[in-house]
Design a protein around this ligand. Structure first.
Ligand SMILES: Nc1ncnc2c1ncn2[C@@H]1O[C@H](COP(=O)(O)OP(=O)(O)OP(=O)(O)O)[C@@H](O)[C@H]1O
Ligand SMILES: [Mg+2]
Length: 274
């Protein structure tokens, strides 16, 4: 597959170098809000695929339709035109296969349930037995650094811990597709970096396909196998960039690599121009 060695740009709509199987397929997707004179095209004819197990990051200015796109992928809304499918089936509504992590972790948790109870939510009404459910909750709480806090309520947790609970709950349902909408936007830099590494590690371990939305282009390059840059008004693909940086990545050294800095320069330039 074509990939420009200098810019790492690949044509929009194509998978990143080398691999093939598309898990998520977005074809000619547009989203128009309102009717008649009030009609407002928020997303305009998006075409792209996400490979099985790929970590795709999407960056773009505020209002370019990122959350709207994620809602379409979660099945929380339907496109005005075009088709969205996952693993060969049209997305027609929410499904256990697809989990979404919202930016606003405060509102995503049930305040009357403990950490344990909030993670447990994802496992209720599943065939899992009581004992297996218990083990899975503790395993995830442990992986997300919450083992000491399982009996606490959301208002007894820091922002970073609350976001860990939301992520643990999403991972508990063992989704095939993990959708994340600026999940670390409200966190301090250190917490943010540690959660970036946890999410990268866990999703890789489980071969989860990820669509991760962020304003932060360094975060996108650090986490992504690929970064899609969206332009606004209407939301459309400006560039689809493969990230040829090996894993595991390191918060200090990766961010200092010439290829990282070069990519940062490119994406910044693209966003600045729009
Ligand atoms: N249900 C809706 N009805 C009408 N307009 C909407 C609706 N949802 C979103 N919009 C509009 O669509 C545009 C894109 O919104 P969206 O939330 O997708 O942007 P975003 O890229 O996620 O922005 P941000 O980075 O600020 O979160 C905005 O102009 C918004 O007002
Ligand atoms: Mg948004």
């Amino acid at each position: 597959m074509f990939m420009d060695p200098d810019t790492h740009l690949i044509p929009s709509g194509s998978a990143a170098a080398g691999e093939s199987v598309a898990a998520l397929d977005i074809q000619g997707v547009s989203m128009v809000f309102g009717r008649g004179d009030a009609a407002h095209t928020v997303i305009d004819r998006l075409d792209f695929q996400v490979r099985h197990g790929e970590f795709l990051c999407i960056v773009g200015a505020s209002g370019c339709g990122k959350t709207t796109l994620l809602r379409l992928l979660a099945g929380l809304a339907s496109p005005t035109h075009g088709a969205v499918s996952f693993l060969g089936g049209a997305i027609k509504g929410p499904s256990r296969d697809r989990a979404i992590v919202f930016q606003d972790y405060g509102r995503a948790l049930l305040p009357w349930r403990t950490v344990y109870g909030n993670i447990s939510l994802a496992l209720e009404n599943t065939p899992l037995g009581k004992r297996q459910r218990h083990e899975r909750i503790l395993e995830l709480a442990n992986k997300m650094g919450l083992a000491h806090a399982v009996d606490r309520y959301p208002d007894q947790l820091s922002g970073g811990m609350q976001q860990r609970v939301q992520i643990a709950r999403c991972l508990a349902q063992d989704p095939k597709l993990l959708l994340m909408d600026e999940p670390f936007g409200a966190l301090d830099a250190i917490t943010r970096q540690s959660l970036q590494d946890e999410v990268a590690r866990l999703t890789r371990e489980h071969r989860t396909t990820v669509v991760f939305i962020t304003h932060d282009l360094e975060e996108a390059i650090y986490l992504g196998d690929r970064v899609i840059v969206l332009a606004a008004n209407p939301g459309r693909i400006l560039a689809d960039i493969a990230i040829p940086i090996s894993r595991p990545r390191n918060q200090l050294t990766t961010r200092e690599e010439p290829v990282f800095l070069d990519l940062r320069h490119q994406v910044y330039g693209l966003l600045e121009g729009h």
